[in-house]
Each structure stands twice: as structure tokens, then as C-alpha cells.
Design a protein around this ligand. Structure first.
Ligand code: IPE
Ligand code: IPE
Ligand code: MG
Length: 245
């Protein structure tokens, strides 16, 4: 196998961490045990990203559509999230990781919100890996909110509708100015064999490279993660132009 080229590490990697439920089913354990195993897999990937010098890692942890699941599963996912923050915050901070949240996370239960706020506050000044957790995130919701904010500015006479560009929209997304403009993801990985975006970073992934793997998220290892980066490094990105000779 080719080695990873440390000089061409993607600046932003986004992951749809899918397959926890099927993993649990395959192991004959409750779904929440699958989510717990998924959390452990995530921990390893975050650590590896820091070591590799990845600038931004965004993980899809809970979508705006995931509320359709049972109250037991949804509540369990949030409890696991609190546990993750409590167990990992010290190490994340020690490793200079800056934590951010993408999405309307204030609609989560109050104890989850306060634990996340603690993580945001503690790591706000860190300069290493930017670890973005997409929580109660949905791209359509994000784009709708951006449009609404632009419409409010237009109505107030601060912005001429004729002047609205794609850049205005980018700047008003959750990944926009509030987050010092996270670059678009270079690489989007989805585990578990599903080949769809499920409302994740629709606008931002316009020119991303996609790697789909069959592995269920709890089984996704650092080795497989590096394999995905190597595959990315072998791709030719054209952005609509001609190949570079
Ligand atoms: C992904 O695993 C985690 C969340 C959506 C929270 P799933 O729970 O979707 O696992 P599958 O797709 O049912 O296997
Ligand atoms: C996407 O996975 C959301 C997360 C991984 C958090 P889902 O399992 O919810 O997506 P669908 O329902 O298979 O499209
Ligand atoms: Mg799923």
C-alpha cells in the first residue's frame, strides 16, 4: 500500500459516522452499545487527525432528522455525548484541540448544552486541530437560516438583493463568519456502505472528494482512515477546469 503523503494532508475532512445500529445488531447488543462503540472509534480518529496535522475535522453526530428515532435512543445519544465531553475534554485541551458545534445545538437537553458550552469555552483559544461536531445539524436548515438572515438585511436596506452572491450565502452558513470561515471539506467519508449525504454539508461539499466504505462506524480504524486519505491523495481535483499537466 502507498504511504500517506504528509505534505498533502487534506485541510478539512468531514465524516458521516454511520452504522452504529447495524453494528449493535450484528453483535446482539442494544443500539446504545453501538453508539458507545462509535464514540470510541471517533476518539481514535480525532487523535489521529491531531497527529497528522489535519486543520479541521467535522463529524456528523446527530442530524435534524434523527429526532424521528425513539426518545430512548435520542436521549441515550445525548447522554453518551455528555460522557464523551466529560471524559475527553482534558485530553482534547491538552492536545490543543479547539471544539466547535455546527447546528442548532441549543435545542438539545439542558445538561448536554451546558456540557458542550463548557467544552467550547475551555478550548476556544486552542490553535491545533479544529474539531467540529455537527449536532442537530441539517444543511437545508442551515441554508434556510442563511437566506432568512440575508432577507432581513435586505428588508432593512442594508443589502441590495441584486448584490447577493454565493459568497454571501457561504458567509451566512454555520461554517461562515461565526466560525472564521471553515474551508469547504476536501474529503467527505461515509461509513456503513450508504452512499448518500443525508443532509450533511450540501453547499460546502460542492467540490469535495467522496470516499464510501462498507465498514460500520464502530469498526472504522485509524488504518482505514489513512487509507481513505491515501485514496483522496490519488484523486485529481479539477473544479470544473482542465487537468493539471
Ligand atoms: C449513526 O449510526 C449514528 C447516528 C445517526 C446518530 P446509525 O444509528 O444511523 O446506525 P445504522 O445506520 O442504523 O446502522
Ligand atoms: C446520517 O445518518 C446522520 C448521522 C450519521 C448523524 P443516518 O443513519 O441518520 O442517515 P440515513 O437515515 O441512513 O439517511
Ligand atoms: Mg444510519
Amino acid at each position: 500500500m502507498k504511504n500517506i503523503d504528509l505534505n498533502r494532508i487534506p485541510s478539512h475532512i468531514a465524516i458521516v459516522m454511520d452504522g452504529n445500529g447495524r453494528w449493535a445488531q450484528a453483535h446482539g447488543v442494544p443500539r446504545l452499545a453501538g453508539h458507545n462503540a462509535g464514540m470510541l472509534a471517533m476518539k481514535n480518529i480525532v487523535r489521529r487527525c491531531g497527529q497528522l496535522g489535519v486543520g479541521h475535522l467535522t463529524v456528523y453526530a446527530f442530524s435534524t432528522e434523527n429526532w424521528k428515532r425513539s426518545a430512548e435512543e435520542v436521549g441515550g445519544i445525548f447522554r453518551l455525548l455528555i460522557l464523551y465531553v466529560e471524559r475527553e475534554l482534558a485530553e482534547l485541551h491538552k492536545n490543543n484541540v479547539r471544539v466547535s458545534i455546527l447546528g442548532d445545538y441549543e435545542k438539545l437537553p439542558a445538561d448536554a448544552v451546558s456540557s458542550l458550552k463548557k467544552a467550547l469555552k475551555k478550548t476556544a483559544g486552542n490553535t491545533g486541530l479544529h474539531f467540529c461536531i455537527a449536532l442537530n445539524y441539517g444543511s437545508r436548515d442551515e441554508i434556510t437560516q442563511a437566506c432568512r438572515r440575508l432577507a432581513v438585511k435586505a428588508k432593512a436596506g442594508q443589502l441590495d438583493p441584486e448584490d447577493i452572491t454565493a459568497d454571501h450565502i457561504s458567509r451566512h452558513l454555520f461554517t461562515g463568519e461565526e466560525m472564521e470561515r471553515v474551508p469547504d471539506p476536501d474529503l467527505v467519508i461515509r461509513t456503513s456502505g450508504e452512499k448518500r449525504l443525508s443532509n450533511f454539508l450540501l453547499w460546502q461539499s460542492a467540490y469535495s472528494e467522496f470516499v464510501f466504505v462498507d465498514t460500520l462506524w464502530p469498526d472504522f480504524t485509524v488504518e482505514e482512515f489513512e487509507k481513505a486519505i491515501i485514496e483522496y491523495q490519488g484523486r485529481e481535483r479539477r473544479f470544473g477546469g482542465r487537468e493539471q499537466k
